[in-house]
Ligand binder design. Structure first.
Ligand SMILES: [Zn+2]
Ligand SMILES: [Zn+2]
Length: 156
């Protein structure tokens, strides 16, 4: 039996029973945190449809270009949630995620605002801070592969 792959959102659950289910059915995100996780996973897996449809219509960008986004995502950590539960209509999710971009390790910290309309959660807006740190080409790759950066994610 093939071991099922873990969800990119870092929940520790199988992809198929975690964010993949939400990517296929927006209504399965019953909390703001679940929508946050599925949106992160959608960026990792280039699932543009979910990113657009889960973006509030008042703040949704007209186009979404994955060329503007990093290729190597390293992980998501949910730090805190305020509201955003099944019985709420608003919620904030405080998270950090990291990725590699132009030989730099970037850490993005954001508090995202979510709003629920007609039973569906939507991403409204967020305030983020990004910090960047240059990685030496011979350093261990931040993805945790154990290989040198230049032989691993830098070559992607
Ligand atoms: Zn997930
Ligand atoms: Zn790597």
């Amino acid at each position: 039996m093939i071991k099922e792959s873990l969800c990119p959102c870092g929940s520790g659950s199988a992809y198929s029973s975690c964010c993949l289910a939400v990517l296929n059915d927006h209504s399965l995100a019953t909390t703001a945190e679940m929508l946050m996780r599925s949106r992160y996973t959608a960026f990792v897996r280039h699932h543009a449809q979910h990113i657009k449809s889960s973006w509030h219509k008042t703040t949704r960008p007209k186009t979404l270009n994955f060329d503007d986004h990093p290729v190597v995502w390293l992980g998501l950590q949910i730090r805190n949630c305020q509201g955003g539960l099944a019985g709420d209509s608003k919620g904030n999710v405080d998270f950090t995620c990291s990725y590699l971009e132009n030989e730099q390790l970037c850490k993005l910290q954001e508090i995202s605002e979510f709003s629920k309309e007609n039973g569906l959660w939507y991403y409204l807006r967020g305030k983020c801070i990004v910090t960047k740190e240059k990685i030496a080409r011979n350093a261990a790759c931040p993805c945790g592969s154990g290989q040198k950066f230049k032989r691993c994610c830098l070559s992607k």
